[in-house]
Design a protein around this ligand. Structure first.
Ligand code: NAD
Ligand code: IPM
Ligand code: MN
Length: 347
């Protein structure tokens, strides 16, 4: 019976609630299919930073390297730790150190979930570049606090980085409906985004079976709401992908439904699975966070670990729960009640 070793980082705010709920579902689902998940919990969070001055130990990355996968809740508690400190101290270094360059974010509608933007036929897979671009961390500030202050944040797009994420997008399109939408802002950003467009056109010749379209990020935002059926796989840079996937979540019905997988496609290091949403300080401690996004992310983890049957079981249980009207309206059902409804439908 294979045992998969999972590092669990619940993090801040609603992170611990949704991680605990997801872990219960994932361990039960896996056991039903004759496999085992062994979890180790790491209390790395903003509370840890307040106590120790670090979000994770100095050898945190090396500790995580020994696991088959990482399941993370959410990081960030801006009331006590500046976001730029907490995110650059935990989440972002993991994505980078483990070369999790492909951030896969599926957005499709679950039964009976409503919302103001819900667009029939919405079923896209967003492929977000996850290690460079606008998140490269290159830049600085001069003349800080004076009238002459200048702040620079440089986006870095490497040929290797752009090529691998575009190829990943093309491959995903082949597995789905054969359409790839590449998103840039090359009308305004004349270096990085023109380069991205050129790479898209060049690589397209290797994938003649994939229908490629290019969109500007602003037009894509409108298209996702107005003409979602025209889209299949959407590939975008780190920042653009970040923004589009909160929009994707909103079209699904809310942040509580959007799942995410930070994948190292070469499997040279662990991949990390986490919801798209953050720590939701506005509802933390109310017990009403929707755990579906984290449970769905966990299903993506099971798929990645080769436990396809358990992953399918989890997805069917999520759909069964929302079809029964549980977890369909923000705030209506408690986190534990939604998790229990999914658990009860695992079969
Ligand atoms: P957020 O995603 O935490 O919350 C945005 C809105 O969505 C809030 O109104 C919140 O209540 C709601 N929401 C989020 N998840 C929900 C869920 N599961 N169920 C129901 N409602 C949910 O975004 P924010 O408020 O901008 O960020 C809060 C903190 O989280 C910040 O510190 C931010 O940097 C951090 N953050 C972390 C991650 C991550 O760890 N991956 C992602 C996004 C934001
Ligand atoms: C996400 C989050 C992170 C990101 C933040 C918290 C740094 O918004 O995972 O979508 O921008 O990648
Ligand atoms: Mn985001």
């Amino acid at each position: 019976m294979p045992a998969h070793r999972i590092a669990l980082i619940p993090g801040d705010g609603i992170g611990p609630d949704v991680t605990r709920a997801a872990w219960e579902v994932l361990t039960r689902a896996t056991a039903l299919d004759g496999a085992t998940l062994e979890g180790e919990w790491f209390d790395w969070s903003c509370e840890t930073w307040v106590k120790t001055g670090r979000m994770m130990p100095e050898d945190g990355i090396e500790i995580l390297r020994g696991y088959d996968a990482i399941l993370l809740g959410a990081v960030g508690w801006p009331a006590t730790v500046p976001d730029a400190v907490s995110l650059h101290g935990l989440l972002l270094p993991i994505r980078k150190a483990f070369v999790q360059y492909a951030n896969i974010r599926p957005h499709r509608l679950l039964p009976c979930v409503t919302g103001p933007l819900r667009a029939e036929g919405f079923d896209i897979l967003c492929i977000r570049e996850n290690t460079e671009g606008e998140y490269s961390g290159a830049g600085g500030r001069v003349h800080q606090g004076t009238a002459d202050e200048v702040a620079v944040e440089t986006s870095i797009f490497t040929r290797a980085g752009v090529e691998r994420i575009l190829r990943f997008g093309f491959e995903q399109a082949r597995k789905r409906r054969g359409k790839l939408a590449s998103v840039t802002k090359s009308n305004a950003q004349k270096y990085s985004m023109v380069f991205w467009d050129e790479m898209t056109d060049r690589l397209a010749t290797d994938y003649p079976d994939v229908e490629v379209s290019r969109y500007h990020i602003d037009a894509m935002a409108a298209r996702m709401v107005m003409a979602p059926e025209s889209l299949d796989v959407v590939v975008a840079s780190n920042l653009f992908g970040d923004i589009l996937t909160d929009l994707g979540a909103a079209i699904q019905g809310g942040l509580g439904y959007a799942a995410s997988a930070n994948i190292n496609p070469d499997r040279s290091a662990p991949s990390m699975f986490e919801p798209v949403h953050g720590s939701a300080p506005d509802i933390a401690h109310l017990g009403i966070a929707n755990p579906i996004a984290t449970i769905w992310s966990g299903a993506m983890m099971l798929e990645h670990l080769g436990e396809g049957a358990a992953a399918a079981r989890v997805m069917a249980a999520i759909e069964g729960a929302t079809a029964a009207g549980i977890g369909t309206v923000p705030g209506k059902d408690k986190t534990d009640a939604i998790a229990a409804a999914v658990l009860a439908r695992l079969g």
